[in-house]
Design a protein around this ligand. Structure first.
Ligand code: NAD
Length: 414
């Protein structure tokens, strides 16, 4: 039977696997298996040649049980309802694992956004924002950047929302530029949060990180910060890659020089070392593997060849359920995406808190609060895994789903 790769089916399988252990009622399971709200919009916008084009916009709000929905907006030709529903469910669990007061949301436009001119991008984003204004808000649903969206898109959306409510409302969206109410430390938050987890893991096991070898697949925002910060703790980054291929250097890669090279040339190829493929990178004999690119990278076909003893998932969904079972049987620990990459949403939460307080924190403040949350969450997941003798992903789900179900039991008869 081919491996399941529909993200929504995977998300439901993951939920069902823990629902029985938690003895959730049938009603609770059905309630959690779908978003509480799903909005699908037609979004017309003017092309530069005057033609009007209509694209599909989606926003899924998986859960409001623990607070407003929170999650990114992606603009990509592959964006579809199942993907958005799955991502919104994963956001619910992610926020619950690190215990921040949000449910999950996700949204996007099905469009080849990169092919548009700057003017077309602005007209399209603003047109989508005008649809979204009726279903988002600082107390209801707070979007953030995701694939192909960044501070500029967030500001266009915030601006449209401000016109809609009649006053500026920075807390409606996160990932804004620092000058417009963004938080210091947001750029590095995902990689930093992941490294706080890895550091704590080694501390808990009484092992030093010094000299431990690391391979990082994907050298964008999350991968670069993770590589830089883990090297700062004395580990040796021996392999990195991007969509065009990778590089292996057993003497260690200078991460600062690699970031300069990638910024200048757009690729990691050309750095000193041996050229390797992305598939080879995953199977290297290293201590720590950090997938920081795409989903479905470690699968039933290559999981038994993975040699790392610790995998820390910066990417969302890089390991399939079949691979998870193989890795657990081999004794490999996987710090799952919903914990390892939760630093990003945690600092988004800090941004929202600062916007609402109209009082802004220093970068040191942001990083130290992030550290506290990541370390506490890692400890809780590790304890849960030990108690249930289960993979860390399952432990993180047990923790997260129990928190959400607990909130629902208080407010609804489920
Ligand atoms: P990014 O676009 O900055 O970087 C992605 C990197 O992956 C690029 O270097 C790209 O070349 C590389 N890549 C693309 N296809 C590849 C392939 N087939 N093999 C190897 N590398 C490939 O994106 P990002 O923000 O760093 O996000 C990376 C992952 O982390 C995504 O799964 C994202 O959902 C997840 N994530 C990011 C954040 C965040 O705050 N940035 C938060 C949570 C999760």
């Amino acid at each position: 039977m081919p491996e399941q790769t529909n993200p929504f089916e995977i998300a439901r399988q993951q939920l069902h696997a823990v629902a029985d252990k938690l003895k959730l009622s049938a009603a609770m399971k059905s309630f959690l298996a779908e978003p509480e709200a799903l909005h699908v919009f037609t979004v017309p916008f003017a092309r530069d040649d005057g033609r009007i084009e209509v694209v599909t916009g989606i926003r899924a709000q998986h859960s409001f049980a623990r607070g407003p929905a929170k999650g990114g907006i992606r603009f990509h030709p592959d964006v579809g309802i199942d993907e958005v529903k799955a991502l919104s469910m994963w956001m619910t669990w992610k926020c619950a694992v690190v215990d921040i007061p949000y449910g999950g949301g996700k949204g996007g436009l099905t469009v080849d956004y990169k092919a548009l001119s700057q003017g077309e991008k602005e007209r399209l984003t603003r047109a989508f924002a005008r649809r979204l204004t009726k279903v988002i808000g600082p107390d209801f649903d707070i979007p953030a950047p995701d694939v192909n969206t960044g501070p500029q898109e967030m500001m266009w959306i915030a601006d449209e929302y401000g016109h809609f409510v009649g006053h500026p409302e920075p807390a409606v969206i996160t990932g804004k530029p620092v000058d417009c109410g963004g938080s210091l430390g947001r750029g590095s938050a995902t990689g930093r949060g992941l490294v706080f987890c890895v550091e704590r893991y080694f501390e808990n096991h009484g092992i030093s990180l010094k000299g431990k070898t690391v391979a990082v697949q994907g050298f964008g925002n999350a991968g670069q910060y993770a590589a830089r910060l883990i090297a700062g703790l004395g580990a040796s980054v021996v392999a990195i890659s991007d969509s065009r291929g990778g590089i292996f250097n057993d003497k260690g890669i200078s991460v600062g020089a690699a970031i300069d090279h990638k910024t200048r040339t757009g690729q990691v190829a050309g750095l000193p070392g041996r050229a390797i493929s992305n598939a080879e990178l995953l199977e290297l004999d290293v201590d720590i593997l950090i997938p920081a690119a795409l989903e479905n990278q470690i699968t039933g076909s290559n999981a038994d060849k993975v040699k790392a003893r610790l995998i820390a998932e910066a990417a969302n969904g890089p390991t399939t359920p079949e691979a998870d079972q193989i890795l657990f049987a081999k004794g490999v620990t996987v710090i799952p995406d919903i914990l390892a990459n939760a630093g990003g949403v945690t600092v988004s939460y800090f941004e929202w808190v600062q916007n609402r307080q109209r009082y802004y924190w220093t970068e040191e403040d942001v990083n130290s609060r992030l550290r506290e949350i990541m370390r506490r969450s890692l400890d809780q997941v590790e304890r849960m895994a030990a108690e249930h003798k289960c993979p860390w992903r399952e432990a993180a789900y047990l923790l997260a789903v129990a928190r959400v179900a607990g909130a629902l039991r208080v407010t609804r008869d489920l």
